[in-house]
Structure formats: C-alpha cells, structure tokens
Design a protein around this ligand. Structure first.
Ligand SMILES: *Cc1c(COP(=O)(O)O)cnc(C)c1O
Length: 227
C-alpha cells in the first residue's frame, strides 16, 4: 500500500504541473482510478487514501465491486452492451462510453423505468481507427441534436481513447482536437447537453491530456502497478 500511496502522490504532483500549463488548478482535474482486475480490499485501502472515483470496464466486475464498496463513486468506462444496461444505470455516477445511438435508447428506456436521469459522456473516435468505438467527429452534431428525443439522458462532455503509442506526444493532437470539439459544440444550445467534461488520458499520456484540457484522467497501471 505504501507503493500505491507513493504512486498517487506522484500522480497528483504531475497533474498539478500539467494543469498549471493549461492555466488550471490540480482540483480542476479528477482522477478516475481504473481498478479493473484490482481486488476489493486493495480498492478499499486506496479509498482511504482519499481517492473517491473508480472506473471499471466490465459490467460484472463493476457490479460486484460497487456492491461491496458503495461509498465511493463508480464510473463505467468500457464498452457497454445494451443487454447489460440495467446493471449500470443508477449504479454509477457517470457512463463515459456512450458510443452509439441504440445504446443511448437502451439507457433512456432503463432510466424511464427507474425514474432517474443518467449522466453520460459521448465517446468520440477522434483518431479514426477502425477498431475504436465512438461517434465520428462529423456525426457529433446530429447525435447531440437528437439527444432531446431521449429526455432522461444528460450529456456532460466527451471521452476519447488515444491510439496506443510509447510516445505520449503522438496523442497530443487527438486530445487537442477533442478539446476544440468541446469548445465548438459548447457554443450551441442542445437540449440536455452541457459540455463541461473531457475524459481523456491514461497512465501513459495523462500529462499531455491534462495540458490539453482533460477534466478527468483514467489512470490504472500507474496507480496499482502492472497486473
Ligand atoms: C484500462 C483502461 C484505462 C487505464 O489504462 P492504464 O494504462 O492502466 O492507465 C483507461 N481507460 C479505459 C477505457 C480502460 O479500459
């Protein structure tokens, strides 16, 4: 646990430096500790260190952990199948991975059933890689325009996955582009859309992401070690 505490301190310091480079404060950037494959006792210890936000990419694991540790904020960050929506809606503070219209419809249906509104980020495929999930930049306007048809949804920003590369500088143009899309679409009035968050940056490129305007970084291995 000492190692993890140390990792978190270093992470916080580096986020503060990167935030300052973009004219912001460390508190403008939320750390989402990606706890996939990490066991429940370890997560509980990390929560005691003051980390309140945890991200999972698999529904079953998310469900078990959220049940065991209900007093932290859970985030769904991975691809979500429509038949698993019922296990996520109402159980997480934010779904980062809204990547297609039929998922939006399924979430809205479930939210109606539960009588709640659902905070979401629209996942954008900025890099254009075929295998990556997400809405294409050219399709964002239509998607956001149509959100009014699904009145339970609240779009709070964008999320992206940068291409994996040893050089984090390769990710910079992707993050910069997502930020400029946020600035652009913030100026338009879409119903139930309030673009304040950018979820971007992982262990290898979070500093670059924060420099380019990330408000949430999703960091796993840098906190918990390589599992
Ligand atoms: C695993 C994962 C992360 C964190 O990756 P690390 O390289 O371990 O920091 C971030 N986002 C998503 C969607 C993930 O699945």
């Amino acid at each position: 646990m000492q190692v993890i505490a140390n990792n978190i301190n270093i992470l916080k310091e580096k986020i503060a430096i990167a935030a300052a480079k973009s004219g912001r404060k460390a508190t403008d950037v939320e750390i989402i500790a990606v706890s996939k494959t990490v066991d429940i006792p370890t997560i509980q210890e990390v929560a005691k260190l003051g980390i309140n936000n945890f991200g999972e990419n698999r529904v079953q694991e998310l469900k078990e952990k959220a049940q065991a540790i209900p007093d932290v904020n859970w985030h769904m960050i991975g691809r979500l199948q429509t038949n698993k929506v019922k296990d996520v809606v109402g159980k997480v503070v934010l779904i980062h991975s809204l990547d297609r219209w039929n998922l939006a419809e399924a979430i809205n249906n479930r939210a109606n059933y539960s009588n709640i509104d659902v905070p979401l980020l629209l996942q954008v495929n900025v890099s254009g890689e075929e295998q990556k999930a997400g809405v294409k930049p050219d399709d964002i306007r239509h998607f956001l325009d149509s959100i009014a048809l699904l009145p339970r949804l609240r779009i709070l920003g964008f999320m992206t996955m940068a291409p994996e590369d040893f050089n984090p500088e390769r990710a910079r143009p992707i993050f910069r582009e997502l930020n400029s899309l946020k600035v652009k679409f913030s100026k338009e009035n879409f119903t139930n859309v309030n673009l304040k968050h950018l979820s971007m940056g992982m262990s290898q490129d979070y500093e670059v992401a924060v420099e380019e305007g990330a408000t949430m970084v999703r960091v796993g291995s840098l906190i918990f070690g390589n599992k």
